[in-house]
Design a protein around this ligand. Structure first.
Ligand code: ZN
Ligand code: ZN
Ligand code: ZN
Length: 363
């Protein structure tokens, strides 16, 4: 899939101008593929895109990686560096009279510290304060990719409802989920959280050898990348007949998740979407057990702007995509979470995930 990187760099330069950022230095992480289509391996050798107002963008890249770069004529130049060259010096050599620099959020400290030593008096900031603005407003082709990734995740979720859970270890089920994530069209399986019984009370539980048994609630949270874009879905399963208490709390969670999705429309601020879900869980008496934000933006990265959290006054706009994933976690007992990816449309909301999110009773 290709995008118009020239247009993206033009938008970037306008925003840099508005924010008084003289140079943007992007290394490993998702900003680089967003602006160039090239994803750097997280190596100790420096890869860095240098964007300034004065010159065409330059991708400084280790010579042995250069063959992987798909050049974009007229969009950016490639400056391969040889083993004995000084790549940080090449970068600073491309900067004349800069007063402020924004550096990619995931750039190795080694390079950032070196840049700071060589650019005394220059103000440093994180790149995401500029790039986040652009990346959170998805283009049509990006929305399409996210829809395809979500549908692939939906097929996995639907298959899970048919599966026998009891007798399988969390780790075994996690491997199975990762395999299905690939089978259903993702190029990579990013993560597959399987948290059973009391382990479900830990939202980011790492799958263990614990064998799933009758009476367990099982939280399965998984995703991968399809054409560079992420999926991220959570469904909660119950092995055998749930107790009335479990059913009651699950109904509250479903209501909270639906309320947050329904709250999404252009103009609403991110924290109000969080509040829409939280209010319902609090009213039912489980507020203290909903221990994380309601959601996170998603795109080239599984977690990006905008974050759906108290204190985020970002107004939502058409094209923004994020998760809605409230949960209830009772320590020592069980957990539950429902997660869907949604997109803000011109008039409201589109759910990208359409798989069954009702209480799944499995064997
Ligand atoms: Zn999470
Ligand atoms: Zn998730
Ligand atoms: Zn998520």
């Amino acid at each position: 899939m290709t995008f118009d990187y020239g247009v993206r760099l033009d938008r970037l330069r306008r925003l840099m101008d508005a924010r008084s950022v003289d140079a943007l230095l992007v290394s490993v992480g998702a900003d680089l593929p967003y602006f160039t289509g090239y994803e750097a391996m997280p190596l100790e050798r420096l890869t860095m895109l240098v964007v300034t107002a004065a010159r065409p963008a330059v991708l400084v890249v280790p010579e042995l990686e250069a063959p992987r770069v798909v050049t974009q004529a007229g969009v950016f130049e490639v400056r391969p560096w040889e083993e004995t060259e000084d790549p940080v010096g090449i970068v600073t050599g491309l900067l004349d009279r800069v007063g402020s620099v924004a550096v990619g959020d995931q750039t190795w400290a080694t390079f950032v510290l070196d840049l700071q030593r060589r650019l005394p008096g220059v103000r440093f900031d994180v790149a995401s304060q500029v790039t986040g603005e652009l990346r959170m407003r998805k283009e049509t082709a990006e929305l399409d990719a996210l829809r395809r990734a979500a549908r692939a995740a939906d097929r996995v979720a639907d298959r899970l409802r048919q599966l026998r859970f009891s007798g399988t270890s969390e780790a075994g089920l996690s491997r199975l989920v990762a395999g299905m994530t690939l089978e259903e069209g993702h190029q990579t399986a990013g993560f597959s959280i399987v948290a059973s019984g009391p382990n479900g009370a830990s939202p980011h539980h790492e799958a263990t050898e614990r064998v799933i048994e009758d009476g367990d609630a099982v939280v399965v949270d998984f995703g991968g990348k399809l054409d560079g874009y992420c999926s991220d879905t959570t469904r909660t399963f119950h092995v055998g007949k749930p107790t009335p208490e479990y059913r009651r709390i699950f109904a509250v969670l479903q209501e909270a998740q639906a309320a947050a999705v329904d709250a999404v429309r252009p103009g609403i601020v991110a924290q109000d979407v969080d509040r829409a879900a939280r209010k319902i869980i609090e009213r039912a008496g489980y507020g203290e057990f909903f221990i994380h934000r309601t959601g996170h933006g998603i795109g080239l990265e599984a977690h990006e702007h905008p974050y759906i959290v108290e204190g985020n006054h970002q107004e939502l706009e058409p094209g923004m995509t994020f998760s809605i994933e409230p949960g209830v976690y009772l320590p020592g007992r069980f957990g539950m979470r429902i997660e869907d990816i949604v997109a803000v449309t011109d008039s409201g909301v589109e759910r990208l995930n359409g798989s069954d999110r009702s209480l799944a009773v499995v064997a």
